[in-house]
Design a protein around this ligand. Structure first.
Ligand code: BGC
Length: 732
């Protein structure tokens, strides 16, 4: 396998049409299905090697025995932690590490990123996805794909689409209305394809609106290839259901893993019996070989897995974990000054058994994992007395684990670090969480310890939201997510101010499960998951419904303070085809270096309500953001780019309207002239003319600047060439 070349440009070198025509019908069909769990077929006589895939996304897992990987991997932070960094540059560096490790494991296809959305806090795989917001997800997915691509590895964006529950995931149908599908669930994939030029897509297990995705020509051939111009290959999820002719016609190229049920020999039969044109099989083969060729995989020779544990990767992963830690609350207790501490009580099961990743296919065996307890002992052991009590019993923690022992430990301590959370069994692929409460009796532990000690920092080590009913009583709260193999070091770095808590919430922390948007429609019933909240995912729901939240989307405290200055706009009127740059000055007005995330939300003229002729819109939606690191006193200007898509909604069209009118019995019942925007004949992205407000701030609930822009819309859909803005050109 050739060495990774970060500066390489993807380009083809083999004559793929000739290679395809040299394959027999049986050989072509054999290429459309795996030969084992991870590899595609090889044809040595034509110099076509087997190509290996690997999970993804928070490490390169490589070969597996049972569910265990056979060699260790660098374990980067899971996606919620990466989402919390709000930092595309960092995400690109993180995925580059995974891609390099994939090459060290002989793999050219990385099965990530996962870009489904945090629709409901109890979905078992939330930790594997970036955010509840499709724009944050989309921009970070672009960065992730770039980091992989620059190392000549094929990123696989997954799971296309509507895979937001584990319960009966192989059969359930996600019932998603077209507008929500376009505005929310398809959007990260659109970024991946149209902006990043991703070369592989994995279909989801679930059905969408009654149809298995691999069989869905509208989604695969229509939206993915024809509308977005996808140039790569489409594969099933592992063992996902596909029909032979249906899937081949719809646009599926590869069925994984072996043995194939829909593809492989079944495709030979389909061609021989005349049910499938062989040219379609040729096309499938061409898609795969072209992509393999573009990363150099057709020149590979098999290698033994030889993953490296590099000092620079350790240092980067440690920084990335700290950059994703969200400081939710702080009465000034943090950062600790070690000089003022004689005795620290460390309490909670996760102090000893830290959760650094979630369960399922994203699980890797890290090169090593440390616990915060061990790190604290090593760093402070000589100078500060550290007493430890897990507080609650678990399978992994011995018997002495009582709340009373924890209360004894905190008595007389100068500060308490209480580390609670879930783990890879509580949050995993394959099933959903049953509750948003902390598992076992950790809530009781937290309540009692908070009542017993004033200087208590609660560290929440979970991959997705936990009900923080005791939040008002903690001196400080840190949300660490599943921050990868260096999380323990990062937690201690943040506790003592060696690192800034760089994270901001990529997902709302709700008050209670009953307030959440999909409550009542999760995990689904009668094989149906009804996306009844439609476009109101996450903060869009809480704001529009005027529901209080525990901590708002985008929230996170710094150890310094920032001033967001008056924005200036490149234009005060956005006309069709135009772009708008909003420049925002940011100054670090505090005493230490730190990070700020400037967030821009667009509020339409009609917010959260509809009137005849208008469209129901969320109160506001994230459209751009920028993270900056500044020294004390330093000012910089961030540039946020918007275009027509930043103001658009998806109109499903109402083609029945004229015939419905014609069927009305008398003119008395017929509607008079109505706004042409109410019953359009063509579906697509539309912009309503009007005055839009740009809300700029440090979370969706902490807006410091509001400016207005006049937008000229109209009754024609946006041209296909209008992509969601990223400030960059597509990376093809
Ligand atoms: C998961 C995929 C994963 C595949 C291979 C499936 O169960 O849904 O995300 O890539 O397994 O491990």
């Amino acid at each position: 396998m050739s060495a990774p070349d970060p500066s390489s440009k993807l380009s083809a070198s083999r004559d793929i049409a000739m290679l395809t025509s040299a394959l027999s019908l049986e050989e072509k069909a054999a290429l459309t299905v795996g030969i084992d769990n991870w590899r595609t077929a090889s044809f040595p006589r034509l110099g076509i090697p087997s190509v290996k895939t690997t999970d993804g996304p928070n490490g390169a897992r490589g070969d597996t025995l049972g569910h265990e990987s056979v060699t260790p991997s660098v374990c980067i932070p899971s996606a919620t932690a990466l989402g919390a960094t709000w930092d595309p540059v960092l995400v690109e560096q993180a995925s580059a590490i995974v891609a390099r490790q994939a090459l060290e494991k002989g793999a050219r296809v990385l099965l990530g990123p996962t870009v489904n959305l945090h629709r409901h806090p109890l979905w078992g795989r939330n930790f594997e996805c970036f955010s509840e917001d499709p724009v944050l997800t989309g921009k970070l997915a672009v960065a992730y794909i770039d980091g992989v691509r620059k190392n000549n590895v094929i990123a696989t964006i997954k799971h296309f689409v509507g895979n937001e529950v584990e319960h009966e995931r192989n059969t359930a149908s996600s019932e998603i209305d077209e507008r929500a599908l376009r505005e929310l669930y398809l959007l990260p994939f659109e970024y991946g394809v149209r902006v990043a030029g991703v070369l592989a897509v994995m279909t989801s297990y679930n059905r969408v609106n009654g149809r298995f995705v691999p069989d869905d020509a509208r989604l695969l051939d229509g939206i993915l290839r024809k509308e977005w111009g996808f140039e790569g290959f489409v594969m099933t999820d592992w063992g996902g259901i596909a029909g032979t002719v249906e899937a081949a016609t719809a646009g599926l190229d590869l069925e994984m893993p072996a043995p194939g049920r829909a593809f492989g020999p079944a495709l030979v039969d389909a061609v021989r019996s005349g049910r499938l044109d062989e040219t379609r099989l040729d096309e499938m083969v061409r898609h795969m070989l072209t992509v393999f060729d573009r990363v150099g995989a057709l020149d590979d020779v098999p290698v033994e897995e030889h993953p490296q544990d590099r000092e620079e990767d350790r240092a980067f992963v440690r920084r990335a974990a700290a950059d994703g830690i969200v400081l939710l609350a702080n009465d000034g207790v943090l950062p600790f000054d070690a000089r003022g501490l004689r005795r620290i009580a460390v309490v909670g099961p996760n102090a000893e058994r830290l959760a650094v990743m979630g369960g399922g296919s994203a699980r890797v065996v890290p090169h090593y994992v440390l616990s915060p307890l061990a790190v604290l002992r090593e760093r402070l052991g000589g100078t500060v007395e550290i007493v430890y009590a897990p507080g609650v019993a678990s399978d992994a923690i011995a018997d002495s684990a009582s709340i009373q022992a924890a209360l004894d430990a905190v008595e007389g301590a100068d500060a308490v670090v209480l580390i609670v959370g879930t783990d890879e069994v509580w949050e995993s692929e394959g099933y959903d969480r049953e509750t948003m409460e902390l598992p076992r009796n950790q809530n009781e532990l937290v309540r009692r310890v908070l009542a017993a000690h004033r200087r208590c920092v609660v560290v929440v080590n979970s991959g997705s939201p936990i009900t923080l009913t005791w939040a008002d009583y903690a001196a400080a709260i840190m949300q660490t997510w599943f921050g990868g193999q260096e999380l323990a070091n990062a937690i201690v770095d943040v506790l003592f101010g060696d690192s800034e808590p760089g994270g901001r919430l990529p997902t709302t922390l709700p008050m209670c499960i009953e307030h959440t948007p999909a409550f009542g429609n999760f995990p689904g019933e009668s094989s149906t998951v009804r996306y009844g909240e439609s476009v109101l995912i996450g903060y869009r729901w809480y704001e529009t419904r005027q529901l209080p939240v525990r901590f708002a989307f985008g929230h996170g405290l710094s150890y310094t303070s920032f001033e967001i200055g008056t924005p200036s706009m490149s234009t005060s009127t956005l006309d069709p085809g135009g772009r708008l740059n909003v420049e925002v000055p940011v100054t670090n007005v505090g005493q230490r270096r730190g990070a700020e995330v400037v967030q821009l939300y667009v509020a339409p003229p009609e917010q959260g309500r509809s009137r005849p002729g208008g469209r129901f819109r969320p109160v506001k939606e994230l459209r751009a953001f920028a993270k900056v690191w500044l020294d004390p006193g330093e000012t910089t200007t961030v540039s946020l780019e918007l275009n027509e898509r930043s103001f658009a909604y998806y109109d499903i069209a109402d083609t029945d309207w004229p015939s419905l009118q014609a069927r009305m019995p008398t003119t008395v019942f017929r509607h008079g002239p109505v706004s042409p925007s109410l019953h359009r004949s063509q579906s697509g992205w539309y912009v309503d003319s009007g005055t839009y407000r740009l809300h700029i701030g440090r979370s969706c609930a902490d807006i410091t600047q509001v400016v207005e822009v006049e937008v000229t819309g109209g009754n024609s859909p946006l041209h296909d060439s209008v992509r969601p803005p990223t400030g960059e050109q597509p990376h093809r």
